[in-house]
Design a protein around this ligand. Structure first.
Ligand SMILES: [Zn+2]
Length: 59
């Protein structure tokens, strides 16, 4: 299942419709955060592991 989240450029409302339900402006596709096709959750997993190991973030 794949949703195309859209966002209203006028009021910032997220919706699935092409027209904003709030202000009626035409919405745009909200681009998803970057991800790796090989390991889409790699960054999240590494961050989680780092927290478990007690390594402060920043590196
Ligand atoms: Zn709007």
């Amino acid at each position: 299942m794949r949703f195309r989240i859209r966002k209203c450029p006028e009021c910032g409302r997220y919706t699935l419709k092409e027209t904003c339900p709030v202000c009626g402006a035409r919405t745009r596709v909200a681009h998803p955060p970057r991800f790796s096709p090989e390991d889409p959750y790699g960054e999240y997993r590494r961050r989680l592991k780092r927290e478990q190991l007690g390594i402060p973030r920043g590196d």
